[in-house]
Design a binder for this molecule. Structure first.
Ligand code: MRU
Length: 341
């Protein structure tokens, strides 16, 4: 069974409705985002998160915002400023810019038309981005399942599941398809400090789906690998540079190094649109740094750090392409040497 829906457009197209992921796993609560400002904040505050999900939310958000602007003179300027504004919500995942650029292309094609027609075109485009995401994730799952056999142990990091996309997710899509095909797997989920997307979200959605999931602390990955419990690592990603360096949730790089050490294949699952040919190497990827309180206070009744101590809280890291066994995409599995031309 798929987990509760991550996000959807409401019936009268006045709000993007999202499952507030900051409340999971305790509370399932949907909130309505009715304008670009609310969409921006929900993305920034991780109420909706995961690379594909924030792209889809931003596209739908641009549409519902523009529906409220009917003044011919203002419309053409507001759509550009709103697109730029939404793209600043988070820097690392290329999906945000990608989805907004897709919306901009549709605007450019239709901009000479009357405003209601432009709005209709934007609505169709945003809904197509939503539906495409579901199809792409399912196809990633269908390709990825070819690597899986009964009883295998899979390690995953962060949450790249249905909650990070419209359905299925990327790294968890092969696991859902395996379940549909009657293949039983053992999934190990890193808790993924500091925000615990593994503990709160991956464990939640896999458990909900009846998939065998075991939660481990981030510092236990070497132990489960050394014990021979892991046959493959599947992770998602936020941006792939042209040289195949790959940004994903902080800690992914360490998992890749461990996998190399233990000779365990390390797969990155991603839509082809995640490959950003404008970014030459991992050094050119902007890594989001988040508030220190995520490390010091977030899950504690009282701060777990002396007041005033310095905190470094990068939200993502870059795994050099040399540690990646393959990219599982909607069009198949890319193996080294990676040539993204
Ligand atoms: O900070 P988050 O929760 O948005 O980080 C999410 C990840 O790093 C995912 O692994 C990535 O976005 C891929 S989601 C299919």
């Amino acid at each position: 069974m798929q987990p509760p829906k991550t996000l959807y457009l409401n019936d009268d197209h006045t709000a993007v409705v999202i499952l507030d992921q900051t409340l999971l796993p305790q509370t399932i609560k949907y909130i309505e985002l009715r304008n670009a400002k609310q969409v921006w904040s929900a993305i920034k505050d991780l109420q909706v998160r995961g690379a594909p999900a924030i792209g889809v939310t931003a596209a739908l958000g641009l549409y519902i915002e523009m529906k409220t602007h009917t003044d011919e003179n203002a419309f053409h300027q507001i759509i550009k400023t709103t697109k730029t504004y939404l793209s600043t919500a988070r820097p690392t995942a290329v999906n945000l810019d990608w989805a907004l650029n897709e919306m901009d292309k549709v605007y450019e094609l239709n901009k000479e038309k009357p405003i209601p027609e432009i709005i209709t075109a934007l609505g169709k485009a945003a809904q197509a981005i939503y539906l495409d995401d579901t199809g792409i994730c399912r196809r990633i799952g269908q390709h990825g399942v070819s690597l899986l056999k009964e009883g295998m142990g899979i390690l995953t990091h962060c949450n790249a599941g249905a909650l990070a996309a419209t359905e299925y997710g990327t790294a968890l899509a092969p696991i859902y398809i395996a379940k549909e095909q009657g293949i039983n797997l053992r999934v190990y989920a890193d808790e993924t400090r500091p925000v615990l997307q593994g503990a709160r979200l991956t464990a939640f959605e896999l458990h909900h789906a009846g998939i065998d999931v075991t939660l481990i602390c981030d510092n236990m990955a070497a132990t489960v690998m050394a014990k021979g419990l892991i046959d493959a690592v599947f992770v998602g990603c936020d941006r792939v540079a042209a040289n195949s360096d790959t940004a994903n949730k902080i800690g992914t790089h360490g998992v890749a190094l461990l996998a190399k050490h233990f000779n365990i294949p390390f797969y990155v699952c991603a839509p082809l649109s995640t490959i950003d040919m404008k970014t030459a190497t991992g050094n050119d990827i902007t890594i989001e740094e988040r508030d220190a309180s995520e490390v010091t206070n977030l899950w504690y009744n009282q701060p777990m750090t002396p007041a005033g101590v310095k905190v470094f809280n990068p939200s993502f890291d870059v795994t050099p392409g040399q540690y990646i066994t393959g990219f599982i995409t909607e069009n198949g599995i890319l193996c080294p040497p990676f040539n993204f031309q």
